[in-house]
Design a protein around this ligand. Structure first.
Ligand SMILES: Nc1nc2c(ncn2[C@@H]2O[C@H](COP(=O)(O)OP(=O)(O)OP(=O)(O)O)[C@@H](O)[C@H]2O)c(=O)[nH]1
Ligand SMILES: [Mg+2]
Length: 426
C-alpha cells in the first residue's frame, strides 16, 4: 500500500462481489479486504450481524494503513448508515451512493450534471430526514455540525433545489425534443445502442460513425447521449440512420435513478430499432443475467421497436464457445426469434452482418420508381436522394429511372420534388 492509495473494504451479504469491486475501482479505490456474511436479510441495526461487525472493526483497528471507505454491497437504511459510521469511525457508502459518486465524476455535460444532482438530492433526502429526527430527539449528529434549525433548513433547501433542477431539465429536454422532431421529419431512422455498462456501446458508435466518444474499461463511462450518423455502408445501403449511444444498465438500480436519466432513455423509447449489446466474453451465466437485466429494462420502458442483439467481444473467445453461448441464451428463451449477431467491435468482426440486420429491422420502408428528365436539376435531386434514401438502381437513357427505398415519412415530399422537376412516379 502507498500513501496516495485509497483503500476500501467491501461488506456484502452476497458471495458475488466482482461487480461491486469493479464499481469501487472505477472510483480508484483499492479493495483491501472483503467481508462476506451469508444471510437472507440484512441486520436491522448494522446491516451485518454483530459478530461480523466486530471482525470489520478489528481489521480496521489492526490495519497498518488507513481504511478510507467501507462499501456495502447493497442498500442501507439511513439508521443503519449512521450506526455503521458511528461504530466504525470510517465513511460508509452503500452501492447506490457509490454509483452516484461515479455518475458525479463522469458527468460532463450540463444535462448529465443536472440529472446526477437530482438523483443525489433524492438519495440524500431520507438521510437528512434521519438527521432531523436525531436532532429532535436530542442526539446531535456530528456530521452536519448543526442543530435542529440548520438541518430543517437544509431539508427545505433540498426541496427547493430539486424543484429548480427539474425545471432546468425541462428546458433542456424541450430543446432536445424540437431537435429530434426535425431529424425525424427529414426521414432519418433512429437506432439506439443499449446494454449493460461496459458492453461496448460507445465503441460501436465510434466504429460506425467515426466519432470519438470516450471508451473505457471502467463502468459508466457514458452518461450523456451522443447521436451520430452511421457512415459505414453495407452493399450500398445508405438509408440514413442516426445512432444514439446511451447510459449503460446495471442490476438493481432504484427506479428514481432511472427516472432521473429519463431523457437519455427517451432516445430508446422513440427508436425505430434498438441494438442491445452484451459482453459475450464473460461467463455464460453472467451474460445471461446482464442480457436479462437489459431486456427487463427495455420492457419497463415500454419499447416496442425491434430489438437486434449483438453479442460483442467475441475476439476474446473461440468459435465453439460462441456457438455454445448462443445456444444457451436461446434455450433460456432470451433470444425469442430476435436477430442475434456475434460481433467484435475492436476486431471488426461481423459488423457488416450487424448492419444488414439493423437495416432489415427498420420499419416502414417503401420502394418506388421515379422517372426524371435528363438535366442538371435532376442530377442534383438524385445526389440529394443518395443522402436521404437508399438508391437501389439508376438507369440513364432519354429519361432517368431511379429505384429508391425510403422512410415512408418522406415519400410524399420526394414525390412532390420529383413532380416539380416534371418527373413522375412510375
Ligand atoms: N476485446 C474487446 N474489447 C472490447 C470490444 N468492444 C469494446 N471493448 C472494450 O470494452 C470496454 C468498454 O467499452 P465501451 O465502449 O466504453 O463500453 P460502453 O458499453 O460504452 O460502457 P459504458 O459507457 O461504461 O456503459 C473498453 O475497454 C473497450 O475497449 C471488443 O469487441 N473486444
Ligand atoms: Mg459508453
Amino acid at each position: 500500500m502507498n500513501n496516495q492509495q485509497k483503500n476500501a473494504i467491501i461488506v456484502s451479504l452476497d458471495n458475488n462481489v466482482s461487480e461491486i469491486i469493479q464499481l469501487s475501482e472505477t472510483l480508484d479505490y483499492v479493495v483491501v479486504k472483503e467481508f462476506i456474511q451469508q444471510r437472507k436479510l440484512p441486520d436491522v441495526n448494522f446491516y451485518v450481524g454483530s459478530g461480523k461487525l466486530d471482525e470489520v472493526k478489528e481489521f480496521i483497528d489492526g490495519s497498518d494503513e488507513a481504511v478510507d471507505l467501507i462499501i456495502v454491497n447493497g442498500e442501507l437504511k439511513p439508521s443503519q448508515w449512521f450506526a455503521l459510521e458511528k461504530r466504525l469511525s470510517v465513511d460508509v457508502y452503500d452501492r447506490i451512493r457509490l454509483i452516484l459518486a461515479i455518475f458525479e465524476e463522469h458527468a460532463e455535460r450540463k444535462e448529465a450534471r443536472l440529472q446526477v444532482k437530482l438523483a443525489q438530492l433524492h438519495y440524500e433526502r431520507p438521510f437528512v430526514r434521519e438527521l432531523i429526527h436525531r436532532a429532535r430527539s436530542g442526539e446531535h449528529p456530528g456530521l452536519m455540525a448543526g442543530g435542529e434549525y440548520q438541518v430543517d433548513d437544509y431539508y427545505e433547501m433540498i426541496k427547493k433545489q430539486m424543484k429548480k433542477i427539474r425545471s432546468d431539465l425541462k428546458k433542456v429536454r424541450n430543446d432536445r425534443e424540437v431537435h429530434r422532431k426535425t431529424r425525424y421529419k427529414s426521414g432519418f431512422y433512429l437506432v439506439s445502442l443499449v446494454g449493460y455498462t461496459n458492453a461496448g456501446k460507445s465503441s460501436l458508435l465510434n466504429l460506425l460513425s467515426g466519432e470519438d466518444v470516450k471508451v473505457e474499461g471502467r463502468l459508466f463511462s457514458t452518461l450523456s447521449t451522443t447521436t451520430r450518423r452511421i457512415l459505414q455502408k453495407t452493399k450500398g445501403k445508405t438509408v440514413p440512420i442516426l445512432l444514439t449511444d446511451t447510459v449503460g444498465f446495471i442490476e438493481n438500480l432504484p427506479s428514481w435513478i432511472i427516472d432521473a436519466f429519463h431523457s437519455t432513455l427517451e432516445e430508446i423509447e422513440v427508436a425505430d430499432v434498438v441494438v442491445l449489446i452484451v459482453d459475450g466474453s464473460e461467463e455464460k451465466e453472467l451474460v445471461e443475467k446482464k442480457l436479462q437485466v437489459s431486456l427487463d429494462e427495455l420492457l419497463e420502458l415500454g419499447v416496442t421497436a425491434s430489438i437486434v442483439i449483438a453479442v460483442n467481444k467475441i475476439d476474446l473467445i473461440d468459435d465453439g464457445t460462441i456457438d455454445d453461448l448462443i445456444q444457451y441464451l436461446s434455450q433460456k428463451d432470451l433470444l425469442n426469434n430476435r436477430l442475434c449477431v456475434p460481433i467484435s467491435v475492436t476486431k471488426e468482426i461481423n459488423i457488416g452482418m450487424l448492419l444488414e440486420n439493423i437495416y432489415m429491422s427498420l420499419p416502414n420502408i417503401v420502394e418506388m420508381t421515379l422517372q426524371l428528365p435528363m438535366n442538371e436539376e435532376s442530377q442534383a435531386f438524385i445526389s440529394q436522394l443518395y443522402q436521404k434514401t437508399r438508391i437501389i438502381n439508376v438507369t440513364y437513357g432519354e429519361v432517368t429511372r431511379v429505384d429508391v427505398a425510403c422512410n415512408v415519412k418522406i415519400r410524399d415530399k420526394i414525390i412532390a420534388q420529383c413532380q416539380k422537376l416534371d418527373g413522375f412516379v412510375v
